[in-house]
Design a protein. Structure first.
Lengths: 101, 318
């Protein structure tokens, strides 16, 4: 059975993905990702959800030629959009169940 | 190979200034970037735009491309790279270019593709042809019941791999462990199960994107599950002990006398698992009348009406 990984270390996140350390530090400052464990860089671990948002943020930074403030804003809005879409889907489904026998 | 007109892709004239090229790229990138544009073809369109920008923003590459366009691109039958093309020196971009478009690759070889303005790479790898394989992501549907305990799933997927210079789809089958308590949109990483690395580079990773399958009875809100419970008018009025399903079997639920439609009852610990415990089940009462009313029923309802002064629209009367 394949090994499933739920957390990724700071080094492991940066090195093979060619993500600069200072980029991750910026993104942590903006609250886009938060290490789930560890008090210093060498023992930081991130969950996969943070990793996904981090990678998205790095892609936006590199490919849209925008600064970190703008990236943070986009990510925040994307997160809100995803949460609202999920909530909307759930409410629609509840409404449907409530109105139809 | 089909010649790609980078000016046309960006909608620019061939004498466009660098400033205009940048402005146009930024506008298109904001519109087409696959992280902000959910349309299916956005990713492909963005790749084209990024590729065009990569060439046109660099004066040396642009000059090289313009030459090629002038002599080769306008030929009938498309572009034919003879291999004799002399590359301009000094285009000093680092890369991770497993995703190169064929056309770009044939003209500029391995001399870097940064997909946008900022450099997205840390190592000087361009001379070693070593880079990590592509990461891949697949959606894995998971039933709500399966999140209550660790489960295993067999997944099949295909990923692009380069064999003898050709991109081919390689099918893979894996048995994977789905941990207890996964939520919608969670990701699980399978290290090294993505696209093959280049040179001595490591394989990419496979990310499993967990999607909870809509349940016929339950909706999910955070870690709570919500169920609509149909009850009869007399159960609502008199109260009742009813049997209701949960994700882990049936339970008895006491409906209090004088309950109303839309009223919620919380059943602790019968929701989805979390790292520290369980969410709850929220039962929403829904008063349902029989589909048909017999003559006897009508008589009883009439008697009820005659004896009852209740008017649910009282607040409208003024």
């Amino acid at each position: 059975m394949s090994e499933t990984i739920l957390y990724i270390s700071f080094e492991e996140l940066c090195e093979p993905e060619a993500i600069k350390h200072e980029w991750v530090l910026e993104l942590i400052d903006y609250g886009i990702a938060t290490p789930v464990t560890g008090s210093s860089e060498k023992d930081w671990y991130f969950d996969m959800s943070s990793v996904v948002w981090l990678k998205k943020a790095v892609r936006l930074y590199c490919e849209l030629e925008i600064d970190w403030v703008a990236v943070a804003l986009i990510i925040e809005l994307l997160k809100q959009k995803q949460a609202l879409a999920q909530e909307n889907q759930s409410l629609q489904s509840q409404l449907k169940r409530f109105h139809h026998a | 190979m089909e010649f790609k007109d980078y000016y046309q892709i960006l909608g620019l004239k061939e004498d466009a200034e660098l400033k205009e090229i940048k402005r146009t790229y930024r506008k298109l990138a904001l519109k087409l970037h696959p992280d902000v544009n959910p349309e299916a073809d956005a990713s492909e369109k963005f790749k084209e735009v990024a590729e065009a920008y990569e060439v046109l923003k660099d004066p040396k590459r642009r000059a090289e491309y313009d030459e090629l366009r002038k002599y080769g691109g306008s030929r009938a039958g498309g572009f034919n790279d003879t291999g004799n093309w002399q590359h301009a020196e000094g285009a000093d971009h680092e890369h991770n270019n497993a995703d190169f478009a064929d056309f770009f690759h044939s003209v500029f070889g391995d001399r870097g593709f940064t997909q946008g303005g900022a450099q997205h790479s840390t190592g000087h790898r361009s001379h070693q042809h070593v880079y990590k394989g592509q990461d891949a992501e697949i959606e894995v549907p998971v039933f709500l019941e399966d999140t209550l305990a660790e489960s295993s799933k067999t997944i099949q997927f295909s990923i692009p791999a380069i064999e003898n210079g050709q991109v081919k789809q390689v099918s893979k089958t894996l048995k994977v462990k789905i941990p207890m308590g996964v939520s919608d949109n969670d990701r699980i990483r399978l290290k090294g199960q993505g696209g093959p690395g280049h040179g001595d580079g490591p394989n990419g990773d496979l990310y499993l994107h967990i999607r909870l399958v809509p349940h016929p009875l339950f909706d999910v809100q955070g870690h709570d599950v919500i169920i609509s419970i149909p009850i009869s008018p007399w159960e609502a009025a008199l109260g009742a002990s009813i049997t209701v399903p949960t994700l882990s079997g049936k339970i008895k639920l006491n409906v209090k006398p004088n309950s109303n439609s839309g009223q919620k009852m919380r059943v602790k610990g019968k929701g989805l698992k979390t790292k520290v415990g369980s969410g709850d089940m929220i039962a929403v009462l829904k008063i349902v009348l029989p589909a048909q009313i017999s003559e006897d029923d009508k008589v009883l309802w009439q008697q009820f009406k005659d004896k009852n002064a209740f008017n649910p629209r009282n607040q409208w009367s003024d």
